[in-house]
Write a protein that binds this ligand. Structure first.
Ligand code: KG4
Ligand code: ZN
Length: 373
């Protein structure tokens, strides 16, 4: 241990992620290079998606998800250890997602992690899935806090000020649907398949974004929150008026919808940046970090890059496979905590709801969206 209580030792962590519809295991190393400098290394990163199991239902079915995790997790962990060319005896600790997420899946992952930790007598770390997303850029880019995190996934849409590892302030969040959920529901309505985000983006390419007039949710509202359900309803009404829809109608609807979502996200982000400056007095060029599956959307990325350039905030986005759900981010967050000497008792329960910022009051209207994180 160094003077500030941080471990100076290289730590090798096994991470397990089972909070939604990905069964994942990964081995990650946290190397300490010098005083307060470190870098991450991914030794293995195995993700088995359950997309096929859930596709027929147009969304994640909790019971099917839990069974699929139970059926496959041991094989996935064995594969992650084999890929990393490592045995459990060489692991310094095990991190498992303890929430937020579907309770059945969380139980499968946590019980497995606890059993290994008990048998191998090594530390167990209960990881918040959102913290995994929040800290990924430390693993991929060596990016340290403070930064503004824009988390855009199928279950969460939040702006979080990451002051330090373990110190998070929610700047804003969605009052209804998550951004990915809005893409998915609209794709379902237009008969485009699941997950909907990539489909909507693809169809939008050949469409006219100005053909359908859609609302700009919360525009002018001074809180940096998000709202997408009104937009989704407006799109449904426009689609109903045009029945039967031609391919061009679908393209134009997708382009108009995507444009409205992006305008709203950028408008809200600008407010979030102003709020951070006001509340935390940070360095003027603090970075903006984007995570979650919707970060794959190219049209959104172009607009985010414009904000980054015009406002002077470096934009940091993990590679796509580490933006979406994975266990490397869980192993890394666990390593960050273990490096400070933190570990959790084996009695730690899973939490289907677990806000990253427990100090801020819940956002009015939030909590209705799906369990995906
Ligand atoms: O982070 P993620 O893989 O899973 C969780 O929600 O935890 O995010 C999945 C979400 C889905 O809603 C999917 O439709 C959306 O990310 N997504 C996209 C794109 N690729 C994935 N949304 C818009 N454009 C995309 N290219
Ligand atoms: Zn997630």
């Amino acid at each position: 241990m160094s003077k500030n209580g941080m471990s100076t030792k290289t730590l090798t962590l096994l991470g397990i992620e089972t909070s939604c519809d990905e069964t994942a295991a990964s081995v990650v190393r946290r190397h300490v290079d010098g005083n307060d400098t470190y870098h991450g290394e991914i030794l293995s990163n195995i993700v088995r998606t359950q997309l096929k199991e859930h596709a027929a239902f147009g969304g994640v079915v909790p019971e099917i998800a839990a069974r699929a995790h139970a059926d496959t997790l041991t094989t996935i962990i064995t594969a992650a250890l084999a890929d990393a060319n490592i045995t459990l005896d060489e692991i310094d600790g095990i991190g498992a997602t303890a929430g937020p997420g579907l309770i059945g899946g969380l139980l499968v992952g946590m019980m497995t992690a606890k059993a290994i930790a008990a048998v191998k007598q090594c530390p167990f770390i209960a990881v918040n899935h959102l913290e995994g997303h929040a800290l990924t850029v430390g693993l991929t880019h060596g990016q340290k806090p403070p930064y503004l995190l824009l988390l855009l996934s199928g279950g969460h849409t939040q702006q979080i000020w990451v002051q330090d590892v373990g110190n998070y302030t929610r700047i804003g969040g969605t009052i209804d649907d998550a951004l990915g959920e809005a893409f998915d529901k609209t794709a379902k309505l237009l008969g485009l398949g699941y997950p909907g985000g990539p489909q909507v983006e693809q169809w939008a390419k050949g469409g006219d974004p100005d053909r359908f007039a859609l609302p700009r949710p919360l525009k002018g509202n001074k809180e940096p929150n998000f709202s997408f359900s009104g937009l989704k309803t407006a799109l449904r009404q426009q689609a109903q008026k045009k029945q039967p829809l031609s391919d061009q109608d679908i393209k134009d609807l997708c382009a108009s919808f995507q444009q409205a979502l992006i305008i709203s996200v950028i408008d809200r982000l600008n407010l979030g940046i102003a709020s951070v400056k006001n509340r935390f007095n940070p360095e003027p060029d603090f970075p903006i970090v984007v995570a979650g599956g919707v970060a794959a959307n190219k049209a959104l990325r172009i607009k985010l890059e414009q904000v980054s350039t015009t406002k002077g905030h470096p934009l940091v986005i993990p590679p796509f496979d580490l933006c979406t759900d994975n266990a490397a981010m869980i192993a890394w967050a666990a390593a960050e905590h273990l490096s400070t000497g933190h570990q959790d008792p084996l009695s730690t329960p899973p939490r289907s709801r677990w806000p990253l910022d427990e100090r801020s009051a819940p956002i009015l209207g939030s909590g209705k969206s799906g369990p995906k994180a």
